[in-house]
Design a protein around this ligand. Structure first.
Ligand code: NAP
Ligand code: MG
Length: 403
């Protein structure tokens, strides 16, 4: 069988620890036998980030901008212990943070559903995709303690030097606390566009919520920006695609999400997304089955697994032990990237390969072959726990039949 040919390179961002080992195995076992892989390769492993003073991360993000599609392996975000372990010149920033800032992107997380792993909410028969606005609000706040007898005010110094003031609170009777938060119209607009584009891309309804009844200027601005952009730029395309944009209050949306059957995108303000993404990930079951894609407002896609580098398994691997690490979310990062590349370059064979790779992966797990963590959760009557390499070979046995 002739290998599938690509016309535009895929931006490949390699990473760290166990996921770096799995990355190579996926390429060897599941990709290179079928695809003449054209990749623009960047090594974001911590050693190389340190050697390049993190320039490689910036270069990889710019390459993603140039080519439009990237696939990323999990990477270490250094802390004090990592600085010691890797003898780092500096505590380099989170690569995901750097890439997200350069692409001005929004992260969409979507679980993979398989038979045997029932979500804690059994009516969720379709995945719920969550998008978190990753700028501002309490994550860029200023906080002060206010002693009894003090007065807190909000002051805006206008471009012409005049001041606009509003009383926050007169602390007459007690000590207290004060917090200042902000957001930017430009950031909210980028977030809204990324969400509308992604909804059109996957043809799913988009839900967004805030607390505009209480926060009549701040949260209301989010509601208005979404509404304006929808009316002016997306409404016609949503109608043509047969999908809806739906806005409601945050507490109402939580009730609706719980009662739903899934199958939509839930856009969240920063804090709501922080909290709700952990709730959804837990409710759907396994980190090893959670995919993630960063989408920029101008349509750049960067696919990855939502989990980290699985450090504990890596140390076992270094001792020469076989590990049972779940490669599925990383495989789906590759399949997502190939499908998108195939769509953009009009290469149907690449899209078909992506579909088949995902089908073979799901079939393998539904036939009871899986890693240790998933097996502990799966309700299938017969299970076979396998090491990572055997897992990949079992997937390939099924993929080969489909190809
Ligand atoms: P983690 O790598 O996601 O692993 C946490 C635990 O979850 C693992 O020890 C393992 O549990 C389980 N797990 C996660 N993925 C799994 C998989 N594919 N198969 C089987 N089990 C899996 O999170 P972490 O330990 O907090 O972080 C490790 C490193 O990853 C850190 O250096 C962090 O900076 C980095 N990180 C990177 C990203 C990213 O690049 N997007 C995201 C998060 C974290 P058991 O040990 O119980 O088997
Ligand atoms: Mg969180």
């Amino acid at each position: 069988m002739a290998k599938i040919q690509m016309t535009t390179p895929l931006v490949e961002m390699d990473g760290d620890e166990m996921t770096r080992i799995i990355w190579k195995m996926i390429k060897d076992i599941l990709i290179e036998p079928y695809i003449d892989l054209k990749s623009d390769y960047y090594d974001l492993g911590l050693v190389h980030r340190n050697e390049t003073n993190d320039q490689v991360t910036i270069d990889s993000a710019n390459a993603a901008k140039k080519y439009g599609v990237a696939v990323k392996c999990a990477t270490i975000t250094p802390n004090a212990q990592r600085v010691e372990e890797y003898k780092l010149k500096e505590m380099w920033k989170s690569p995901n943070g750097t890439i997200r800032a350069i692409l001005d992107g929004t992260v969409f997380r979507k679980p993979i559903l398989v038979k045997g792993i029932t979500p804690y909410i059994p009516t969720w028969t379709k995945p719920i995709t969550i998008a978190r606005h990753a700028y501002g609000d309490i994550y860029k706040n200023t906080e002060l303690k206010a002693p009894k007898g003090s007065k807190a005010e909000l002051v805006i110094t206008n471009p012409d030097g005049t001041e606009t003031r509003a009383l926050i609170h007169d602390f007459k009777t007690s000590d207290g606390i004060v917090q200042g938060v902000h957001n930017l119209d430009s950031s909210i607009s980028s977030f809204a566009k990324a969400c509308f584009n992604y909804a059109l891309d996957v043809k799913e309804n988009l839900w967004f919520a805030s607390k505009d009844t209480i926060s009549k200027t701040y949260d209301h601005r989010f509601k208005d920006i979404f509404a304006e952009i929808y009316e002016n730029e997306y409404k016609a395309r949503f109608e043509a695609a047969g999908i809806e944009y739906f806005y409601t209050l945050i507490d109402d949306v939580v009730a609706r999400v719980v009662r739903s059957e899934g199958g939509f995108i839930w856009a969240c303000k920063n804090y709501d997304g922080d909290v709700m993404s952990d709730m959804l990930a837990t409710a759907f079951g396994s980190l090893g089955l959670m995919t993630s894609v960063l989408v920029s407002p101008d349509g750049v896609y960067e696919y990855e697994a939502a989990h980290g580098t699985v450090t504990r398994h890596y140390y076992q691997y270094l001792k020469g032990e076989k590990t049972s690490t779940n490669p599925i979310a990383t495989i789906f990062a590759w399949s997502g990237a190939f499908r998108k590349r195939g769509e953009l370059d009009n290469i149907p064979a690449l899209c078909e390969y992506a579909d088949k790779l995902e089908r073979a992966s799901i079939q393998t797990m539904e036939e009871g072959i899986m890693d240790k963590n998933l097996a502990a959760m799966s309700k299938l009557p017969e299970k076979r726990v396998v090491d990572t390499e055997t897992f990949l070979k079992e997937i390939n046995a099924r993929l080969a039949k489909l190809m």
